[in-house]
Design a protein around this ligand. Structure first.
Ligand SMILES: [Zn+2]
Ligand SMILES: [Zn+2]
Length: 404
């Protein structure tokens, strides 16, 4: 016993000495200090109101007849359908290469491109040799310039995008037509493309990698629907079956907007106050944090604060059309790794967990919710494709440098 104790003590002492030697010696020899090492982040903007605003649901990736491979999908049909299922906003993102970049005189100039009830964003699918991205804007912009610059170096493209004042987003980022550009020129990433949830695994992986490297990128959805329901049977194409499996709202992207305006939708998207649900009727995931544990929530997904080094209480709420008797599984991801799994039931299921984000360096948390599929009678085939995936949140951020 004595020998063992002595050996442990000696070992500990030796390790301590050795560590001290190495650290001071390494510094003395190399003189290296990493200029990018985590430091205290000062001057973070205050968190916006958690109550002054409105949840709006929409679809950010849609193709009308101005995309050559679409069928039975005029602009008016998309807008009328959106309205009928309670969609608040859409962005019709036709392939810009099908009109040589002249979206303004095609999709946007279409007499059907107007609505009194559905907010219409201006945008297009930037369809290039290096991949696909969506541009979003509250007002018309010179999309031709973005199209023309597509094959240039990313630093040139980034400058043009900044001048245009648009929100740029990576589409279906893995596989064919992946986003082959720097993620430094975008604000969001399509982490849920179409009703087929299972094919998004690599998109989620890329999102976590980008978040973990300090890029505060919003995760969003987009149905990428191309085909509408034919008005008469003789108008059917071989793709018309898609209209009943993947259409407006599969998935649905929710934004917490400060107002019911196109600009507020784009701003919420940029700020990350965003959740994605399987369809317009499926429950919405809300994710909050109580920083001082006084029972009152202080921030929500998309928000970024300085960590105090103290424990934080997190709350996940599944709001809307829940199945009261069903069980929902909430998976918590912290810094790209599985952190926790919680099971909840009830009409408004709520789960809480506590953790202490690092005082120095970045931490983020995000959640996904699985459970029973919500019926979407207008697009009945989508339920089987989304499976038990109900929705996902955007991250809650600590110590992310806004000047990154
Ligand atoms: Zn695409
Ligand atoms: Zn598309």
């Amino acid at each position: 016993m004595m020998f063992r104790n002595n050996s442990i003590l000696t070992g500990m002492a030796y390790t301590g000495v050795l560590m001290g030697c190495i650290s001071s010696a390494a510094l003395a020899q190399s003189g290296h200090s990493n200029p990018w090492a985590p430091t205290v982040i000062n001057m973070l903007p205050p968190v916006a109101s958690l109550t002054t605003g409105v949840w709006l649901k929409g679809d950010l990736h849609l193709h009308s007849r101005h995309s050559k491979e679409s069928s039975n999908n005029p602009v008016a049909k998309i807008i009328a359908f959106s309205r009928s299922v309670g969609i608040d906003y859409i962005c019709i993102t036709d392939h810009d290469n099908h009109v040589e970049g002249d979206v303004a005189n095609n999709t946007w100039a279409d007499p059907e491109f107007r609505s009194d009830s559905v907010l219409l964003l201006y945008g297009a699918e930037w369809t290039t040799t290096r991949g696909h991205g969506n541009a979003f804007s509250a007002k018309p912009y010179d999309h031709q310039r973005l199209y023309d610059v597509r094959d240039q170096r990313d630093v040139v493209i980034g400058a043009v995008k900044k001048q245009l004042g648009i929100h740029l987003s990576a589409n279906h980022p893995s596989g064919k037509d992946h986003f082959g550009y720097s993620y430094d020129i975008i604000e969001s990433i399509e982490v849920w493309n179409s009703a087929i949830w299972s094919k998004n695994e690599n998109a989620i992986m890329i999102w976590d990698d980008m978040l973990s490297s300090g890029r505060k990128l919003t995760g969003r959805g987009g149905s990428d629907a191309h085909h509408g329901t034919p008005d008469t049977p003789d108008k059917a194409t071989k793709n018309s079956v898609q209209a009943k499996a993947n259409y407006v709202g599969t998935p649905t992207t929710w934004v917490f907007a400060t107002a019911r305006t196109p600009q507020a939708v784009v701003d919420a998207l940029t700020n990350g106050r965003v959740a994605v649900s399987a369809n317009p009727y499926a429950p919405r995931v809300e994710f909050y944090a109580d920083l001082d544990q006084d029972g009152k929530m202080d921030m929500m997904m998309g928000d970024n604060v300085r960590s105090t080094g103290k424990a934080v209480k997190f709350r996940v709420q599944v709001t809307g059309n829940t199945v009261p008797d069903a069980s929902y599984t909430i998976s918590v991801v912290k810094n790209g790794n599985k952190f926790d799994s919680l099971h909840v039931t009830g009409k408004t299921p709520v789960a809480e967990f506590t953790d202490t984000p690092a005082a120095l360096g970045r931490t983020y948390y995000r959640v996904t919710v699985e459970g029973p599929a919500t019926p979407y009678p207008q697009v009945p085939g989508s339920m089987a494709l989304s499976g038990n995936m109900v929705g996902l949140s955007n991250p809650i951020y600590f110590n992310f440098d806004p000047n990154f």
